[in-house]
Design a protein around this ligand. Structure first.
Ligand SMILES: C[S@@+](CC[C@H](N)C(=O)[O-])C[C@H]1O[C@@H](n2cnc3c(N)ncnc32)[C@H](O)[C@@H]1O
Length: 395
């Protein structure tokens, strides 16, 4: 790995995955993915404990299904099928938990257990499987959703030499941008996402899905998802880190992308680090949000409000637009959501943090391509009619 990382805590350059200044050691998860988070051992231990939640939930569902079968034997064949899917999911999670346990000491695990149950996590194992299906699935609706988001991200970033992707999820979006950039670095905090990426880059993966709402046939209420092995491009570096404490030196990137992320980690927490790692003249590309997941109203910006805030913080608006997409489209469901998302790119005019950005003719060209002369300065335009979903179904 060629990147020159810094300690996420004290920002001193790392040597052999250790910080000479504060003494912290950072492991390589599965000998592959650097874990550059403050308190790395505690983070892994707490994520291992997170496995208990979906396993416990699924066991409760299996017990409830047992009772139902006793009360309604006529429905047993259908309930059996659902029960089997939950059992298979438990078996998978148990195997993954065992694999992850080799990356953690018993002592760290006990310490994490002593801290009490982990807070409810948005991006645990159940959600990570939904993302894996969307990101690596070959079902047409998944491909279309990826394409709609990928197009917006590509338009927003231009053609940077070094791109940083925040809250990268499974990293599939970052991989798809590899061909437009010299080097892509992706940062993700949830080990569930990281582990699915690790599994899929080593072999194909299958898992059962249970969807009992809004389906046409009984058989569709449980299905097996088969994902092919994924081969990420060589110029993408994937790192477990917190976007609020980035492990790169100042002014290291000429573009930073936030896709569906400012609704998870608010702009006020993100921007100090974004401005630090972005070279002067570099781009902050923003896609989303989907729907705010935090209660801090100060960070719940409207599309216009976010542009205004970025302007006040020293970012000059280059482009703004909108596009229509589904989110985690359930291929067999009869019910779908549609999102009208905006994307913007802004140039960082903040304090000179040492590097400055080289003049980027390709970036300027891309910017001009995506700007339309007839637009008013504050208008967001739509790339797709609102009546059409990414899956092609009526809204
Ligand atoms: C809504 S998902 C979007 C994932 C991806 N950008 C996409 O569009 O598919 C938000 C992601 O941010 C990750 N995340 C949450 N807090 C984070 C943090 N502090 N640092 C880095 N990633 C974080 C979550 O684990 C999750 O994968």
């Amino acid at each position: 790995m060629s990147d020159a990382f810094v300690c996420p805590s004290c920002k001193a350059p790392l040597a052999a995955w250790s910080c000479p200044a504060c003494g912290e050691r950072y492991p390589l998860l599965f000998d592959q993915t650097p874990l550059l988070l403050r308190g790395p051992a505690r983070h892994v231990a707490r994520e291992i404990l997170q496995f208990s939640t979906p396993i416990r939930r699924s066991r409760q569902k299996i017990a409830a299904l047992d009772q139902l079968k006793r009360r309604q034997p006529r429905r047993a064949p259908r309930l059996d099928r659902i029960q089997r899917a939950f059992e298979q999911r438990i078996a998978l999670w148990s195997a993954w938990r065992e694999a992850l346990s080799t990356q953690c000491t018993l002592c760290a695990l006990f310490n994490a257990a002593d801290e009490g149950p982990p807070a409810a996590q948005n991006y645990g194992w159940e959600r990570a499987l939904d993302y894996a299906r969307r990101d690596f699935g070959e079902e047409q609706v998944c491909v279309r959703e990826r394409e709609a988001i990928g197009e917006a991200c590509a338009a927003a970033i231009g053609r940077p030499e070094r791109l940083l992707v925040l809250g990268a999820g499974t990293g599939r979006g970052a991989d798809d941008l590899g061909s437009a950039c010299g080097q892509v670095c992706a940062v993700e905090k949830a080990i569930a996402m990281v582990m699915l990426r690790h599994l899929l880059t080593s072999r194909p993966l299958s898992f059962p899905v249970v969807q009992t709402r809004n389906h046409v046939t009984d058989a569709e209420q449980t299905c097996d998802v088969h994902l092919p092995r994924h081969h990420p491009p060589a110029n993408v570096t994937f790192v477990v880190a917190d976007a609020g404490h980035l492990p790169w030196p100042s002014a290291d990137f000429d573009a930073v992308l936030s896709c569906y992320f400012t609704d998870v980690v608010g702009l006020s927490r993100l921007l100090p680090e974004v401005t630090r790692v972005l070279a002067v003249g570099g781009r902050f590309a923003h896609v989303g949000p989907l729907g705010y997941q935090f209660d801090n109203y100060a960070d719940r910006y409207s599309a216009e409000g976010m542009v205004q805030e970025l302007g006040e913080l020293g970012f000059a608006l280059l482009d703004k637009s909108s596009f229509t997409s589904s989110h985690l489209y359930e291929p067999l469901s009869l019910s779908h959501s549609q999102f009208e998302n905006w994307f913007t790119s802004s140039r960082n005019r903040c304090h000179d943090n040492g590097r400055g950005a080289p003049h980027d003719a390709a970036t300027e060209g891309s910017h001009r391509r995506h700007r339309r002369a007839e637009e008013g300065p504050r208008a967001f335009r739509s790339r797709r009619p609102l009546t059409e979903t990414a899956g092609g179904a009526p809204a």
